[in-house]
Design a binder for this molecule. Structure first.
Ligand code: 9MR
Ligand code: ZN
Length: 753
């Protein structure tokens, strides 16, 4: 099996970044310097050779005297030094070959004014010299630090220093005592220092010749060999006996495979792979092998004659049962404003959080909006993604008659299906998020993201962010739908939902169809921005028409019928179209026909594109933040099309999307925590970070080809698109979790289990 030295690759990464910075090159393409290796990014067909070159380079790369940070500002550029303010006011410029921090206000925190720099590495055991020149218009303190860029942001090294009008050269030697960090952050904190009685007012601080140099590599610890993902993959959970079963190998070697029963050691099936084809998202050749003939329940692995073997998996009925409960209980564990029961949540139990009233942003008014689910690894509660999550639960219940009342939430056994009970927890909160005008507040969060603390320890003031069209329309849609589904269990609640839905619609119709959400300057939590609102309006109109039969909603359906399809938090059109098709209401025949063609087109595209992909994905080479949601949503579209058409081939392809999420992918992960042989351990989920164990049943975001956090930028820059995934809590764009990534998984599991 192909192995590589992680540290070596990382060291080379730093060197590459340095040389790219030197030649002003931002994109990650071929870098050739005289005495370093040549690493090609495009067409890495012969990976073996490239890997060896990287390994050979390792000792040569980390050597005494190597300059990792070199900021002299001589060319008038900030050289990627970035400004970050937390309540302070300042600007960052370069004048006369120096970096000038022009401070107007020091705010309230020592990091209220911060300048930072990323893009280097600190290797365990290595000794470094950190140097810079600094002076200031006034005598004051500042703090410099080289810190972990995530979690508790602790400093590896740093100090508070007194700066004066005289230029001083600060020079510190230090050894990196902690584990190698491929993506630390250098920062200068210039906010309110402890010894400041009053804000010192306008002043400048000047920096020059900021350098980090390798001083002594003799005790540097080169990381141990790390095995890459297996080249042969299947779902790590497994297959129902009658499933179509495919093994995927990322190689073009002409080889065969055997399905081996783990208990008996016997080979129960011998197979051959199909043709090899180039798989662009993984930059290598791929082959598929079919082992559907194996139907006998048991535990197996697949051994390929040349490329190694898969992890164990099971064939049998009920293989998803435990996971199914946990992915639903994940929502229970995200409940806010209530104590979590330790019998259900185990170590993740906690007392009620976020119980204080929220301030309506820009007013003195306060409001109780307790309840609902925490969105993700942060504790914000956002209406837009909450509505998607609720809808996924509602249609999982409706489409598959999923009336299970034994999932293990506190309401289990109350005679109401658990999917409805869990969804109601969010719906009750959403009702509180509606203003008396009918409009719905976009979200409730503190001004900034919380530190790495348990939810009850986030005690800053909560704010209700302004009303938005998307929140109001999404709210109208799920409330209208809820009014139908809850009627048989609680007529009063159903009536309340419908009234709220109609009030929300009326608010939009009243000339408020233009409330495009944007974070106010001082609220920096998740934005969920979306300028395109026709799909939200279509969804609301469809659900309201189904619930009431009123002409105004029918008219709105035709007005917005050309809206985009989609099942994300931003594109929601398919929800309305699908429900309208299912409800088969009168008066909208032509729209229903048109929506059928739209959903079919979408499903056919997923199948057509996915059939040419190594892992049956339709994403080509763009894996967005939360790509696992796209995959799960594609599974939903396919299951919807199966329901509409009765054509089982769509269901078969939906199962391929599930297989990918559970291990049939190029990175070798079952993306649901706690399940499969290899699942994410280090998730960007604050309770999991505090407790140093990942809560089970969470679907992580997955590969993000756009590298949207510093950690993934540092370690994945040379990985092909579909392999830009890293199991590290600092990588919030790969390894966070959300309620609306779990919910499409709940839907497809409900349909496929
Ligand atoms: O899921 C969201 C993703 O589609 C966006 O690209 C990203 C950046 O805007 O934000 C994601 O949502 C995050 C939200 O803003 C705050 N809570 C955590 C969410 C998941 O990372
Ligand atoms: Zn909370």
């Amino acid at each position: 099996m192909r192995k590589f030295k992680k540290a070596a690759a990382l060291i080379l990464a730093s060197a590459m970044m340095l040389s790219m910075a030197a030649c002003g090159e931002n994109n990650e393409t071929t870098v050739t310097t005289e005495d370093t290796a040549t690493v090609t990014d495009a067409s890495v067909e012969d990976t073996e050779e490239v890997t060896e070159e990287v390994t050979e380079e390792e000792e040569m790369q980390l050597e005494n005297g190597m300059v990792l940070i070199d900021l002299n500002f001589d060319d008038g550029e900030l050289q990627d030094v970035t400004k970050y303010s937390n309540g302070g006011v300042f600007d960052l410029t370069v004048e006369d070959g120096e970096m000038v921090v022009g401070i107007t206000s020091c705010g309230n925190l020592d990091y209220a004014n911060q300048a930072y720099y990323d893009g280097f590495e600190l290797v365990k055991g290595c000794v470094y010299t950190f140097t810079f020149d600094v002076r200031s218009d006034i005598d004051r303190k500042l703090e410099w630090r080289l810190q972990i860029n995530g979690g508790d942001y602790h400093a590896y090294v740093g100090e508070y220093i007194d700066v004066t009008t005289e230029t001083q050269t600060i020079s510190v030697d230090f050894e990196m005592e902690e584990d190698t960090d491929p993506a630390p952050r250098l920062c200068f904190n210039m906010g309110k220092m402890e010894d400041m009685d009053a804000d010192p007012g306008q002043h400048n601080i000047y920096f020059d010749n900021i350098q980090l140099v390798v001083k002594d590599v003799s005790n540097a610890e080169i990381a141990e060999e790390v095995a890459e993902a297996p080249l042969v993959s299947v779902s790590q959970i497994g297959y129902l006996p009658d499933d179509v079963k495919t093994v995927i190998v990322g190689s073009d070697v002409d080889e065969t495979f055997e399905v081996v029963n783990i208990e008996t050691g016997e080979t129960v099936y011998e197979g051959t792979y199909g043709r090899a084809f180039y798989d662009d998202p993984n930059k290598r050749k791929t082959r598929h092998g079919d082992f559907s003939e194996v139907t006998e329940p048991g535990t197996y692995k697949i051994v390929s004659s040349d490329s190694g073997e898969t992890y164990e998996f099971t064939i049998g009925e009920g293989i998803y049962d435990d996971m199914y409960k946990d992915v639903i209980l994940m929502l229970y564990n995200q409940r806010c404003g209530v104590e979590l029961d330790s019998d259900i949540s185990g170590d993740f139990a906690h007392v009620a959080c976020h119980t204080g009233d929220a301030v309506v942003y820009g007013t003195n008014e306060t409001k109780d909006v307790s309840g609902g689910w925490h969105d993700a690894g942060d504790y914000g509660r956002y209406v837009v993604p909450g509505a998607k999550t609720v809808q996924d639960l509602l249609i999982a219940y409706e489409d598959y008659n999923q009336t299970a009342d034994d999932i293990g939430i506190p309401e289990s056994g109350n005679g109401v299906p658990d999917l409805l009970d869990e969804a109601r927890y969010e719906l009750e909160w959403m009702l509180k998020m509606q203003d008396t005008s009918g409009g719905v507040y976009h979200k409730v969060t503190c001004l900034v993201f919380p530190e790495t603390v348990m939810p009850e320890e986030e005690n800053d003031q909560l704010y209700l962010a302004p009303i938005s069209t998307t929140a109001t329309a999404d709210f109208a849609a799920v409330m209208a739908k809820a009014s139908l589904l809850y009627a048989e269990y609680d007529a009063d609640f159903a009536a309340e939902c419908l009234e709220a839905a109609e009030a929300a619609w009326a608010y939009i119709e009243d000339g408020h169809d233009n409330d495009r959400y944007k974070n106010p300057d001082d609220i920096v939590t998740g934005e969920y921005p979306d300028n395109y609102t026709s799909d939200e309006l279509l969804w609301a109109a469809c659900e309201l028409y189904i619930a009431t039969g009123k002409a105004e909603y029918k008219n709105a359906i035709s007005e917005y019928s050309s809206a985009r399809t989609g099942l994300g938090w931003a594109d929601v059109g398919t929800y309305g179209m699908y429900d309208l098709i299912k409800a088969d209401v009168t008066g909208v025949d032509s729209e229903i026909e048109y929506f059928k063609t739209k959903i079919k087109e979408e499903a056919d595209y997923i199948v057509a594109r996915g059939s040419d992909d190594g892992y049956f994905m339709s994403l080509l080479t763009t894996y967005p933040w939360g790509s696992n949601m796209t995959v799960a949503n594609n599974g939903m579209t396919l299951l919807m099309q199966y329901k509409i058409s009765g054509d089982a081939s769509y269901m078969e392809f939906a199962k391929k999307q599930l297989d990918y999420l559970l291990g049939a992918n190029a990175v070798g992960y079952c993306f649901v925590t706690g399940y499969g042989t290899v699942s994410p351990q280090s998730t960007h989920h604050r309770p999991s970070m505090v407790l140093e164990q990942s809560m089970p049943g969470m679907l992580v975001g997955g590969p993000d080809s756009n590298l949207e956090d510093p950690y993934s930028k540092a370690v994945l820059y040379d990985a092909p698109a579909a392999q830009r995934y890293v199991d590290n809590a600092q990588s919030f764009s790969c390894n966070e979790i959300t309620i609306y990534w779990n919910s499409p998984l709940i839907y497809i599991l409900t349909g496929l289990k």
